[in-house]
Ligand binder design. Structure first.
Ligand code: ATP
Ligand code: FE2
Length: 336
């Protein structure tokens, strides 16, 4: 009988349960997405949503995967970074399950989990991670026993910027996929378009990025009468080029040869294409996991839990509090 690690993800909109076997074979997560009726995420409402769905989701996972509790080796959960009320639901559910199943509890770093599921899925060994999600935009690489942040957004996450722009145009959360579709359709009709025709600021500061100026300028272009599709296209071109430029700098700086994409925005075909072009030009390789493992998911939390269990990193009950501002480089990396 296969032993498994269960993973619980609850940093923001997504509440998700997933699992991996002890030898690292992942299974599809069971997830629920909190969609605010209007405006941005309301942390307390998202937490209520998560708490209402927890028993349903874990039951679904156990039934679909035909898991018996005797197979469960440990339970891992996102300890941070994320929204406090959402994180606390995941941590409480995980503590209760660990107690009920009498298995170890493993608090994991959500950002590091994106790297480990990417490595698991793509086979890359020592990548630079371009982590592009709603709340986070970071370029990360391993240095000794830590994953270091080489560059990051100084204001909002790239996905957050896309979602906010979409919302002003009446497009419901998540806005990123809708912007992608509008941009693609418009570009197919206007293949010779030049980004200079819909000018937007391009802001890279060393290895850091910011997106609020881009968002404001995109709204201005709409007010000036530019077509929505055209602005979506230019917005993607500018935002993604900035990320790719920083990722390229990180590859050059570290001498690493693999670029891994992770986070919800990594589902976007255009950022994948830009990754491939840039990596091709410098003799590096660009890789990304399937979409279900780019967006937040419980399986990635289980995978990092598995790596931590291998190195005996178990979280004591007293140390199991969540940390909304947990940093990527806080976590000691004791596995290969
Ligand atoms: P984190 O806690 O890591 O910040 P998150 O809560 O933002 O994650 P994710 O599932 O990683 O959750 O990412 C969701 C984001 O990804 C949303 O901003 C969404 O608009 C964006 N996104 C999803 N698919 C696409 C796409 N095809 N193109 C662009 N953006 C996308
Ligand atoms: Fe994430």
């Amino acid at each position: 009988m296969n032993k498994v690690i269960i993973g619980v993800e609850s940093t923001a909109h997504t509440f998700s349960f997933g699992l991996v076997t002890l030898c690292g074979i992942p299974r599809k997560s069971h997830s629920a997405l909190y969609r605010p009726e209007e405006g941005g995420i309301h942390p307390r409402e998202a937490a209520d949503h998560h708490s209402e769905l927890s028993s349903q989701l874990i039951d679904k996972l156990m039934k679909t995967e035909k898991i018996d509790r005797s197979q469960i080796e440990a339970i891992a959960y996102s300890q941070g970074p994320g929204l406090g009320p959402c994180l606390r639901i995941g941590a409480n559910v995980s503590r209760a399950l660990a107690e009920h199943w009498q298995v170890p509890l493993i608090g994991v770093n959500h950002c590091v989990a994106h790297i480990e599921i990417g490595r698991n899925q793509t086979g890359c060994k020592d990548p630079v991670l371009l982590y592009v999600s709603g709340g986070n935009t970071q370029v990360i690489a391993r240095a000794g026993d830590r994953y270091q942040v080489l560059g990051e957004t100084l204001d909002i996450g790239i996905g957050n910027m896309l979602d906010k722009f979409a919302r002003t145009q009446g497009l419901a959360f998540p806005g990123g996929p809708k912007i992608e579709k509008l941009a693609k359709e418009w570009h197919e009709l206007n293949p010779a378009a030049d980004v200079e025709e819909i000018p937007l600021p391009y802001s890279v500061q060393g290895m850091d990025l910011n997106f609020s100026g881009l968002l404001n300028a995109a709204l201005q272009r709409i007010n000036e009468g530019h077509e929505l599709g055209a602005v979506c296209w230019s917005l993607q071109e500018h935002a993604f080029s900035a990320c790719i430029e920083v990722a390229e700098r990180a590859l050059a700086h570290t001498g690493k040869r693999e670029l891994l994409l992770g986070g919800g925005v990594a589902c976007n075909e255009r950022i994948r294409e830009m990754t491939q072009v840039m990596c091709g030009q410098r003799g590096s390789i660009g890789v990304w996991p399937e979409k279900q493992y780019c967006i937040d998911n419980g399986t990635m939390i289980a995978e990092l839990g598995r790596r931590m269990l291998e190195s005996n990193s178990i979280t004591k009950y007293n140390d199991s509090l969540v940390n909304p501002s947990l940093r990527t480089d806080h976590t000691l990396v004791e596995w290969d």
